[in-house]
Design a protein around this ligand. Sequence first.
Ligand code: GLC
Length: 299
Amino acid sequence: MNILGYDPIWKDRAAARFKEEHFRLIREGGFSSVRINLHPFSYMDPENGYKINPEWLEVMEWAVDNALENDLMVILDLHEHRKMGREYDQYEPYFLPFWEQIAGRYHGWPPEVLFELLGEPGNSITPEIWNGLLKEIIPVIRQTNPERTLIIGPAFWSQRFEYLDSLALPEDDRNIIATIHYYEPFRFTHQSAPWMASTRDTSGVLWNSLPEERDAINEDFNVVHEWSEKNNRPVYLGEFGAYDSADIQSRVLWYDFVSRTAEQMGFSWTVWQFDSDFIVYDIDNNQWNVPIIRALIPE
Ligand code: GLC
């Protein structure tokens, strides 16, 4: 389950929507991991070695501790790809110091904590630039965390699977999982989503689980599966979801088909996301979005 990315807790703990009890709820709901979407850059001080604000770190540690206590694996996902992709010169300098601090300070964490280096490398982060960043960052993390499992996705927002082939992962480092995100067909999953110019004015797009609709998803996942076999790397589907405004029956069919297909291919997954939008849990009314959770985790 993706959590905490857009929660006011990072600015003000008293304003938190996500509470301690939600970790237990997620576990009891049948999930086994959380991917914490981190936006640390505005809490780092470029005047002072890009030091991460201690209060921000406290929130992150609170989340990690509570997840582990509730038997949930934790993926620390640096979700600053928008800033890095769009204003590369300004934000690239934050990347290394962030991981240096996290890796250095928390090297004793249990192996159930995983580091995902950047959520969706895109825009100006081309495959070449991304490979260059990886070459720099992996050895730094490995100094303090020689065996920590790392999660790394391909450029183009981890959503163009032919780019898996361009991902240069260190051959002898086997503690790396490849990740992909899945939002296809995009006109269906992002209809009426205000931040997405290409689909913001689209509505009423259905997904009926027709043979050709299922084939399209199978074909995409087959590309990933073949890459995984050939490269001997496990695959993690870190995000997938269909926006709240889409037809609920279509959403149920799509969530069911995508999660079952991922499982058949041997991919682990986390759904996008607990709160905010694409919601799987309705915090305001203290209840699961029942049709969606039943599609993800059949009874
Ligand atoms: C990515 C973006 C997030 C968006 C989601 C679905 O995770 O970072 O902001 O909600 O994709 O479009």
